[in-house]
Design a protein around this ligand. Sequence first.
Ligand SMILES: Nc1ncnc2c1ncn2[C@@H]1O[C@H](COP(=O)(O)OP(=O)(O)OP(=O)(O)O)[C@@H](O)[C@H]1O
Ligand SMILES: O=C(O)C1=C[C@@H](O)[C@@H](O)[C@H](O)C1
Ligand SMILES: [Mg+2]
Length: 177
Amino acid sequence: MTPSVVLVGPPGAGKSTVGALLAERLGTGYRDTDADIERTAGKPIPDIFVDEGEPYFRELERQAVRTAVAEHPGVLALGGGAVMDPTTRALLTGLPVVFLDVELADAVHRVGLDAPRPLLAVNPRKRWRELMEQRRPLYTEVARAVVATGGRAPAEVADAVLEALGLPAGPTPDITQ
Ligand SMILES: Nc1ncnc2c1ncn2[C@@H]1O[C@H](COP(=O)(O)OP(=O)(O)OP(=O)(O)O)[C@@H](O)[C@H]1O
Ligand SMILES: O=C(O)C1=C[C@@H](O)[C@@H](O)[C@H](O)C1
Ligand SMILES: [Mg+2]
């Protein structure tokens, strides 16, 4: 079984938040390759970057994406940099991949400046912009649909993803709870 939705995008795009909502709407499970990597490595991602370095992390990430794509039938969020790997991009061909797009100002507002994200540790605004310049063509290349997240609440983004993929909208969430 392959995923019903694969979410890609930079830190702050809302992959985890929207992914969990989508899973609820679709009555399926949510999985995040960053969490898979942390479980496999037995430590947080920033510690992997410090102890073993980014190339080692990217190898763990390549394996984590391959495993999750092969065995997870629900909603799958990939780490922000997973699409840099050509093998991973090839693996995503034909899958219902959605690029959650976000502008710098929204991303900075959402993720803050103190989150433990190793690639954004120094000068996060500049680094985020550079990463997005490098990666925007790659997110776009792997995506079946691009969904803008600016000015939309997570539930509205989830609706837009379902519509873009032609998936049933599912039960309306009970906002009284
Ligand atoms: N559409 C949205 N509007 C406003 N805030 C949002 C939206 N989507 C997510 N957020 C908020 O932004 C923050 C980051 O969201 P989230 O963790 O889902 O992003 P992410 O893409 O998974 O990031 P990362 O790549 O770091 O895992 C969270 O606090 C979340 O509540
Ligand atoms: O943008 C990136 O390269 C990263 C994003 C996170 O999801 C993590 O996968 C890690 O911090 C690297
Ligand atoms: Mg996330």
